[in-house]
Design a protein around this ligand. Sequence first.
Ligand code: MN
Ligand code: MN
Length: 471
Amino acid sequence: MKAKKEQAKQLLYERKNFWKEASTEEVKRAFDFAVPYKDFLNKCKTERETVQWTEELLKASKFKSLPASKQSKRVYSVFRNKTIAMAVLGSEPLSAGFNMVAAHIDAPRVDLKQNPLYEDKSSATACMKTHYYGGIKKYQWVSTPLALHGIIIRTDGTILNISIGENEDEPVFIIPDLLPHLARKEQYTKTLGEAISASNMNLIFSGMMEPKTEEKEALKLYALQLLNQRYGIQEKDFISAELELVPATPARDAGMDSSMIVSYGQDDRICAYTGLQALISAMENKPKRTMIVYFSDKEEVGSQGNTGAQSVFLQDFIAALLAHNGESDSSSNLRKTFINSRVLSGDVTAAVDPNYPNVHELQNAVIFNYGVGISKFTGSGGKSGCNDANAEFVAEIIRIFDQAGVFWQMGELGKVDEGGGGTIAYILANLGAEVVDCGTGLMGMHSLYELSSKADLYSTYAGYQAFLISQ
Ligand code: MN
Ligand code: MN
């Protein structure tokens, strides 16, 4: 009987629940790890803020910006303030291959239009026109407090950083939703996707005007006067601005046991943060292989542009790293370097939601608290647009995770033909590297309140760390 039980244990595969199997020490570490993570989420609500925060941490950890003195084994490069790559050089030549965790730091949001401000006579308010960014469900962004983040480049070229709505004493902004009493025709007869139209997502900016004014556009003028007094800007300056509306609410613990975190922007800053912390904690280990962490921008809109993963930035960074390490930065050596390299495409995946288990095929879905999720492929339909990671590489990653005692699970994004999604995995695999998707499962991805588990957050960190230092 006992032998049979033992045999079944050997033959059957079962993923492990972190809370059930982890040591008391590990549980404590998982809770401790979540504290500064929440702080990071609150400070980094845009790609620019994430780059800035990351650069400060790197500087404090003795990283040098490239080009740097040849002695520096810790180097990084920022490009156009929206993307950053960082490396800890190994003792082996870089052309023998690096280990890289790649995550993206942009998140779905609502941007202000380039000429946003107008006076709305019907409501007697000054409003701002918006244009959403990435895959949002529009109904989630109305009737919720929003903060305004971003930059304005004034006509004289000076840069103004904006952040309004994060502190208790600062105002927040609202895109009002229609009251249910009057929504019968405007909304209830429509589909979920159509009920809130993008052109109805104007933000109430202000409502006052100068006393005794005779001005025609007194509301708009008052708003501009206010902006001019506070920031020295004029209406024209909006044209050269990037202003993003993000949820004003901070990251918080969730659940009676506080075992979860609810926050905006965990797609994909959870993988960015865990990748960065894994690198920082592994850097003292004197690794043989070079360890790299890369944060890309524009993933939510297709990774194009000069800060997206499809740009030349990453290749340029690796070329600069080769030169820094005294190796040839020829295009053939750069190609060879990528071909010898291994990448974890760190992006979040969908964890099973108790309200919608039917969109998953449960045997192949990521479940909260069972560790970091590995996805052999993403894409939609017949794996369309995916990077189908090679079985050899998947085996390597599992070996690394098992040896380090990392809690992990294999999961697809959803049921076949249910929908789909992509990551930057295929872009990096196109360069010749071995790449597999590996990230944290979230509930409510792309919403204002994405939910993660502290067990999975910690397991993602532990997995990235084991991978980065692996041979
Ligand atoms: Mn993502
Ligand atoms: Mn996403």
